[in-house]
Design a protein around this ligand. Structure first.
Ligand code: HEC
Length: 245
């Protein structure tokens, strides 16, 4: 029994670690918010798909799930020349990615699941800061040393990160992140940028499990069906027993 409890705890601890623990900000991503998903899809194809693919998502499937027509998707959400029935892949090869960025941009189909939910992506997109020591001049507090540049810097503006010396830790311990300071304003206000980050996180949450959206829709019908069935059974029971009494 003790072993079982220890196991359960270690699984919880591992999950908390994988999702970044308590450093994550609450994104408020909501799969039932159709406008947020559409906005997230548009942002993704415009700002992320030059590097990242979604190899498990087909354009046609995304259209059906998000309530978009084929024309809408092919006209404004497909810049790669792929066919409607094809997956959302990119032309950049892993070798090119490595050459230009130091690391190949990973496929993001499952990233929301691997990172434990949309809050990680939301926090990641808000945690880029200027760091002249990095090859591309950007670093990230949530993912230190990430080779991704801050592709949304024009929207968010440029921030620098302030670190405190660690208190009472072992000598040579890493400095502790204290806060961001805005060094250059962006085109968007902080609230507007939060919405951008939330909608992208929401869309990637959808991409990681397209069936979740269907489950949610079916769920309502299943409940309605059960309510109707209960009503019907009750009427039937009453009819049946009327003759017996
Ligand atoms: C210029 C190319 C480029 C663009 C554009 C880009 N990324 Fe990245 N991204 C990368 C690279 C390279 C990595 C790998 C970082 C590493 O592991 O050091 C990465 C990593 C990530 C990760 C972490 C994956 C993981 O779990 O390790 C996420 C999430 C991500 N990108 C999201 C986005 C989103 C959202 C956008 C659009 C707003 C975007 N990226 C645009 C290059 C790019």
């Amino acid at each position: 029994m003790k072993k079982l409890i220890a196991l359960v705890f270690s699984v919880f601890a591992a999950t908390a670690q994988a999702s970044g623990g308590s450093n994550l900000q609450h994104s408020g991503a909501d799969l039932s918010d159709a406008d947020s998903l559409k906005h997230g899809a548009a942002l993704f194809v415009n700002y992320c798909m030059s590097c990242h693919s979604l190899k498990y998502v087909r354009y046609s499937r995304m259209a059906a799930d998000l309530g978009l027509t084929e024309d809408e998707v092919m006209g404004s959400l497909n810049f790669t020349g792929a066919k409607f029935g094809e997956a959302m892949t990119v032309a950049m090869t892993a070798a090119d990615g490595e050459k230009w960025l130091g690391k190949a941009p990973p496929d993001l189909s499952l990233v929301a699941r691997v990172r434990g939910g949309p809050d990680w992506i939301y926090t990641y997109l808000k945690s880029f800061y200027r760091d002249p020591a990095r090859p591309l001049g950007w670093n990230n507090v949530l993912f230190p040393g990430a080779s991704m540049p801050h592709v949304l810097w024009e929207q968010q503006g440029v921030q620098s990160a302030v670190f405190d010396a660690p208190h009472g830790g072992p000598a040579g311990a890493a400095p502790v992140f204290a806060r961001f300071e805005q060094v250059q304003p962006g085109q968007l206000s902080a609230e507007e940028y939060d919405k951008v980050a939330r909608d992208i996180a929401n869309f990637l949450q959808y991409a990681a499990e397209p069936a979740a959206l269907q489950r949610q829709r079916f769920g309502v019908w299943v409940l309605l069906f059960l309510v109707a069935l209960t009503g019907l059974s009750w009427v039937l029971k009453r009819e049946y027993w009327r003759d017996v009494h």
